[in-house]
Design a protein. Sequence first.
Length: 764
Amino acid sequence: MLKKKMLRDIKSNFAQFFSIFILAVVAMWCFTGFQSDVIGGRRAMSSFAKESNLSDGWIYGSGFDNKQADKVRAIDGINDVQLRCEILGKADEKYNTAEIWCYFQNDDIVTRPHTVKGADFDPTDTDGVWLFEAFADIWGLKVGEKFTVHVMGQDIEKEIRGLIESPEHIFSCASSDTDTDFHNIGFAYMSQKVLPDEMRINNEIVFTCDGKALSYEDDIDSALDGGYSFIADRKSIDGYNRLVDELNQHDSFSYIFSFVFVAIALLVITTTMKRMVAQQRTQIGTLNALGMKRRKIMLHYLGYSFFLSVLGCIAGVVLGIYTFGRMMIDMFSEFYRLPDWNGGFDYKSVAVAAVIVLVCTGAAYLSCYQILKIQPSEALRPATVKTAKPCIFEKLPFWDKLGFTSRYSLRDISRSKLRAVMGIFGTCVGMMVMTLGLGAFDTLGFVRSWYFDDIQNYSSQVILADSCALDEAEELSEEYDGELIGMGLISIAASDHPVSDDIISCKLSVTEGKGLFCISDTDLNTEDLKEGTVALTMKQAAKLGLERGDSVYWKTSDGDKWIKSEIGLISRHPSITGITILRKDYESEGFEFKPQMMVTRKDCDDAKDLDCVSAVHSMDDLKAAFDKTMEVMNLLVYFMVFFAALLIVIVLYNSGNLSFNEREKEFATLKVMGFGSPRVRRLISVQNLWLSLIGAVCGIPFGKKILQAMMDSNGDAIDWPCSIEPLTFLLSGAFVIGISVLVGFMFSKRIKHIDMVGVLKGLE
């Protein structure tokens, strides 16, 4: 009997119950979708690290030997130890003089490369090179072909034995790029025996250990007598840690979006069940009088939310894993090279599904409890009609000047506060999500303009060949009225005796200060760098606790001493983090200036054939490459707009539907009094419009804050200031209001058919 009653109730209240189902689906869809790539990604990273025996620690120095490696190996808790030489080289000019990280080693114990095609890495093979698969694929390089890399003044040409991937380079980005472009970045493994004897220098000791690598720093310092530069752990390896940050961000998103839709589901369940139980007061009293226990009746009403939320969670899990989750993995696999990255599922999804079901069922319980505890004799009688009281809005000084529709709507809002809260909260969240999605487009355009119009104050970028001598570069710069730029990797700290936790790996940019390669301050205004000082990027300064006027210490990747520099400017850059220094100051520290590129406002197409030039990029080329890598934003915007629209439709339709059902007698009475269907529909539409306006205004400030939090969650290597245009707020608000108006028209047919039935109900 109760099962049939449940089916009849669901049919007669289909819109509200279907909304509960959809909200449960979307909540789990968002959660399992984000969690699918997070769980799968973390499993793949763990498997990749285990398969390759990824290092736990990296000891950097100017030259290590086997004796020092044995001393590190002898430390209790340290397991595998290996010497190697890591040097940044360049590919041939025909490959854009791409940056190639070269690893020369005589062992294959720690951080073994993963073979994609060809033979496994053999450290005794002096005729072969093992090349990054993504770089080889984009340039059409095959196993068995010759490849030349320019490193340490040597042109090393070897046969490609295999195409590989490495956990140290899950993420790769060239120093001149804002994001991943595999045309310009790669890495290669070779035997150390390919180098002349005098060049076989080990600048790294990599090791695995029990526990945290940095906890062994004192023991390592004692074993090596301080003969090293610094120690790093996996958190310092950007090629590995960038994906860790990305997955952590997705993990946060999964909970945030799920919470939003569950919160809306609670409001829908509370209002729906409270109204339905109130309407069935007499039925409940009859069932009680016939001997049915309250516990059974309570379970019957809890079953509505329980079964709908369970079905919704099951559907959401399936959709999350096989649609959104798969799409996320496919998209991010274009930027991160991680073998066997598939969707994942674990106990968290089951636990969240259980919480959603429990919360939905609990909301139904609270909605039903007050009425179900009434005695049967009292429940059989109609509920006492509430005495009409003046609403709070009637105290407004301009109340008497308001029209009938306004006063009617304000009274209804005052009497149905929960329904009003649901409408305001739902449209507030919808406005927030819509602003978040469309604001991502604005932010992309703002960063694009900041980067290409303000920072890059030039029209051509000339990439210099690795063999380009300084005098050749200076002649080229003079001919084209350009500025030479040098790039390199450095470590920075707040003191000259830092511990590893206080060291940040970043980039060094060396400029000539001619105003073509500009520096932005924290307000994003370009500012000249004062001689004798350096510019330090904002996030790194904050992490080190440094301000303008303080001293920062830095050292090159192959250097053995810390250099002290005064911070003349706290700067911001969308993707290059670290220190910017003038060439004059760089050379005064004893370094030889080695420019990687020249920038100019002139057309440099005729420079492509010069021996000292490997590639020429126009500003249009650079913008096109930037736009290509930012296509991921499109998915974010579509995702936000879709869920914002779904959320607003569900909330406003349910609010209007509840309002219609609760006021059906009133509407029938109004029609008998001469109100036409359009005017009655206007009562619902006006109220929805008011609630939408209030919700939209409340949602305006939250969109920008959450968008900035999303941008900041990308880690310290990315600094994107969020910017949302006023037009975006207007479009988002218009979208919310537009849906509100459209929802009002959904009730046209029901209002037209209220005539006879409504009048008869009103006369009872």
